[in-house]
Write a protein that binds this ligand. Structure first.
Ligand SMILES: C[S@@+](CC[C@H](N)C(=O)[O-])C[C@H]1O[C@@H](n2cnc3c(N)ncnc32)[C@H](O)[C@@H]1O
Length: 458
């Protein structure tokens, strides 16, 4: 009996989909994927996923390799669920994919996605209320991508077990089940790995495995791929093609051929601003000073979104005394505002670590810290400009996220659109590793060691 049949029966063949969450919880967290599937027999482990593996019948793999021939002719088609302004899509587009559709619940986010992907279907809706056939039909999608909302997992948020947003993952799995794309990519915050003692990660692996996908997950740091930002996110890559799963190899930093892209490389060409300074749109005052700046200016004639938000007198009195690379802890305790003096201390008498990044001034010669949705607020994290006494502008944050200057954002909640996004350059590196694997060119990637479920025949 095949593994998939046995596990379906164990979970109750008919009720299984409705009950998948409950069934998942029954699996002890300590079991690795191999152990979860001890019944995976040697034949299945050795199984060759090449053409004809199913005794002359056409397998999904053949279809996709048929698709591979097709892929030589056409770009892989991508659907982006939870698309936001479209950072993840943008990376896949830059890697040569066709963005077929994007879906998000917030109208002005979907509008940004649509502005940058004019050929794609842009759907504004709650994913929980959208039947899959309104997104695409089976066979139309090669890659399903998405970064479900993550406040429930984020270490910045309140990690609430029952936070309904955590169950948006189910929707990715539902759409994968219905559309049967060759590849699935899910992005999320690193906090997900520790959520529910690691069970949540395991449940995602198993749900994809149940659908016939091989799956692996890794934490990737954006700075390793030429993004001027130390942003770490977890990525799940799943495939039912039999092609090896590849994660991109670092191109920047220790052990790689290039040095990390710094804050200066990214924003050093943007004019210094006083509080409230900057125009809605202006000429670039100089030529680009770095290859990164030149790349980011591609297709853009004017400098936009470079406007500094005012800072309160109290915040100003703090940041004026903080040098590059330091935050609130740099100041003597007596000079701290009351609310910081009251903060809990650790045993050596120092302030808790979690206030180190508040009012933090970025260093010119290093990548930035994670750009969140709160980058316009100096008191909310490491968002103080290296020289000016102000928070980052939206253009600076977009550069640190590797959005091209020509990328269009709608006016409303622009900071949220930028801070929520997967940096396009990181998404591009992932897409290129996946496409390289699909095309049998896996040179620039790290091949994951995963268990393969039996292929599903069609
Ligand atoms: C982390 S952001 C995605 C960012 C996007 N991947 C990017 O790279 O730009 C998560 C998105 O999920 C959307 N979202 C949250 N709940 C949703 C729901 N029920 N249906 C559809 N979209 C939802 C949010 O509006 C938000 O834009």
């Amino acid at each position: 009996m095949s593994l998939l049949r046995r596990r379906s029966e164990w979970m109750g063949a008919h009720a299984y989909w409705a009950d998948w969450e409950r069934a998942w919880r029954a699996v002890p967290v300590s079991r690795g994927l191999g152990e979860v599937c001890p019944e995976l027999d040697a034949r299945a482990r050795r199984r060759d996923f090449g053409i004809g593996a199913a005794g002359g019948r056409r397998t999904d793999v053949e279809w996709l390799l048929g698709g591979k021939a097709n892929m030589r002719l056409r770009a892989p088609r991508v659907v982006d669920l939870f698309c936001g302004a479209g950072g993840l899509s943008e990376g896949f587009r830059q890697a040569g994919c066709e963005i077929a559709a994007g879906l998000d619940i917030v109208p002005h986010f979907v509008q940004s996605f649509a502005l940058n992907n004019p050929g794609a279907k842009a759907i504004c809706a709650d994913i929980r209320e959208v039947p899959t056939e309104s997104i695409a039909r089976p066979g139309e999608v090669d890659v399903l991508i998405g970064g479900p909302c993550c406040q429930g997992f984020s270490t910045h948020g309140k990690r609430i077990a029952e936070d309904s947003r955590n169950f948006l993952f189910r929707e990715m799995i539902r759409v994968a089940r219905d559309l049967r794309p060759g590849w699935v990519l899910i992005e999320n915050v690193k906090g997900l790995l520790y959520y529910d003692k690691g069970r949540f990660r395991q449940r995602i692996h198993e749900a994809l495995f149940e659908l016939g996908y091989a799956v692996d997950s890794r934490v990737l740091c954006a700075a390793d791929f030429g993004v001027p930002q130390r942003r770490e996110r977890v990525f799940f890559i799943a495939t039912r093609t039999g092609v090896p799963i590849c994660f991109p190899k670092a191109t920047h930093g220790p052990g790689a051929s290039r040095t990390p892209v710094t804050v200066r490389d990214a924003i050093g060409d943007l004019p210094s601003l006083g509080l409230g300074g900057g125009e809605a749109s202006a000429d670039y005052p100089t030529l680009p000073h770095s290859p990164y700046q030149a790349a980011m200016r591609r297709g853009s004639q004017r400098l936009t979104l470079h406007h500094a938000r005012p800072v309160s007198q109290r915040a100003l009195s703090i940041i004026q005394r903080i040098p590059e690379g330091h935050g609130i802890r740099y100041l003597p305790e007596a000079d701290l505002p009351e609310r910081f003096r009251k903060m809990r201390r650790i045993s050596n008498g120092n302030l808790r670590r979690d206030c180190t990044t508040l009012y933090h001034r970025l260093r010119w010669e290093e990548p930035a810290y994670t750009v969140t949705c709160f980058f316009t607020n100096v008191s909310a994290g490491p968002f103080v400009h290296p020289e000016d006494d102000r928070a980052l502008t939206r253009r600076e944050a977009a550069r640190l996220q590797s959005f091209l200057d020509a990328y269009s954002f709608t006016d409303r909640d622009t900071a949220k659109q930028i801070g929520n996004a997967v940096p396009p350059l990181l998404a591009k590196a992932i897409a290129e590793a996946m496409l390289g694997a699909m095309r049998g060119k896996a040179r620039s990637c790290v091949i994951a060691a995963v268990e393969y479920p039996l292929p599903i025949t069609v």
